[in-house]
Design a protein around this ligand. Sequence first.
Ligand SMILES: [Zn+2]
Length: 239
Amino acid sequence: MALDRASPNFGPRIKADQEQGLSLLVIHYTGMQTCAEALEHLCDPGAMVSAHLVIDLDGTVHRLVAETHRAWHAGKSYWRGISDVNSASIGIELVNPGHKFGYEPFPDPQIARLIEISEQIVASHHIPPAGVVGHSDVAPGRKADPGELFPWNRLAKAGLGLWPAPENSEISENPWTDLALIGYAVPGDPSRGGAILEPQTAEKDVIIAFQRHYLPEAISGVLDLQTQKRIHSVAEELS
Ligand SMILES: [Zn+2]
């Protein structure tokens, strides 16, 4: 079921910042106790936030902003050379209380509906697997959603997003170069792919963002052997 509930919180997509076209799908959780509360917030002109779609626990879809418009969901963020993520993306919010109010696993009907809708979005806008990401991927340190309980592996089985092949066990020789290749903002000089990080964003935040997505069983913020192997495996999926 799809319900229309228009949010006033959107603007035109900005072409100058959209060289790659609409190339990203950003997944969020609402981080609020109920769907009603989240819809209220995302439609409040004073809140100045929104998303294109909200998916409730039972799979009900609420359409807030037309896909042609720039919804205000990502905030200050960066992915694969894009620093105006809102202009280049579709944003989907999943109802979940989030880390603040008792983080819960995402129910099956919600994920099934997300996959169905994402397949349509990715096909119609030609969004590559590397462009299907979480809010935490594009805003390390600042955001933790959709979080470590989000089933990225299940989405990848449907062709949505990258997921490493398990048999690959080589270590990344240049983990920061690989992280930049995957899409993350990396600290340091632009030859490493970035210098896009906010001054307050630490290298540790980027490692945590990577682990939250690709190594959710071991979120440490440490660039250890296991993490370097996983970084290599994910980067390999791009070559
Ligand atoms: Zn978010």
